[in-house]
Design a binder for this molecule. Structure first.
Ligand code: DX5
Ligand code: ZN
Length: 218
């Protein structure tokens, strides 16, 4: 089963509520929220206030991707705002178990994100403690970038490892996902796909979302 998580980074912020409603009606499974601080990544986006505003508008899981330094400082705020999943970058967390435990202590499902060049070995000792691994297939910071194919073997490596250890952890892919790039990622074992520009920049968002999902399920 393939899940699609439209990224609101590519939506029109002047009418964010409607933009989220539109993809929810179109069959979105999760809503992906990209949080950037201008330090960990060279862009600034949104904070807990946006999660708080979106929460009552829809029933879909809110998947909050923290591209920030010192994520521990903001986890409580995002949890209270209504996040269902919070993912943190392994590159930003020197005490990763502590951060993951903090997320779980608020009843939120924790996940870890790997930049395109970060090896799977960096998370092999935390797989038992998390619900989600997010592989970046672009360098984080902006929507609309080109998919980096060399991440696919890492996806396969993790899905083999999870099978070997009999663990149920979602594998999510973020960056440059469209109806072509989803195919090898799904084959390698990924289950959740973020798509920003490939949905929001299309005139018919519902059609775009369904086409991507269908391509991933084939
Ligand atoms: C990039 C973000 C992505 C981004 C994806 O730093 O984490 O979630 O919105 O956008 P597309 O799908 O356009 O690559
Ligand atoms: Zn993201």
């Amino acid at each position: 089963m393939i899940k699609i998580a439209p990224s609101i980074l590519a939506a029109d912020f002047a009418k964010l509520g409607q933009e989220v409603e539109e993809v929810e009606k179109a069959g979105a499974d999760w809503i992906h929220v990209d949080v950037m601080d201008g330090h960990f990544v060279p862009n600034i986006t949104m904070g807990p206030i946006v999660v708080d505003a979106l929460r009552p508008l829809n029933k879909l899981p809110l998947d909050v991707h923290l591209m920030i330094e010192n994520p521990d400082r903001y986890i409580e705020d995002f949890a209270k705002a209504g996040a269902d999943y919070i993912t943190v970058h392994v590159e930003a967390c020197p005490h990763l178990h502590r951060t993951i435990q903090l997320i779980r202590s608020f009843g939120v499902k924790p996940g870890v994100v790997l930049n395109p060049h970060t090896p799977v070995e960096t998370i092999q000792h935390i797989l038992e403690d998390i619900d989600l691994v997010l592989f970046m297939t672009v360098n984080p910071g902006f929507g609309g970038q080109k998919f980096i194919h060399s991440v696919i073997p890492k996806v396969q490596q993790l899905s083999d490892l999870l099978k070997e250890r009999n663990l149920s952890v979602e594998i999510e892919i973020d960056g440059g996902i469209n109806e072509e790039t989803i195919v090898p990622c799904a084959k390698a074992g990924a289950t959740v796909f973020v798509a920003g520009s490939a949905i929001y920049n299309k005139p018919d968002r519902a059609q775009a979302l369904q086409n991507i999902k269908k391509a991933g399920e084939e």
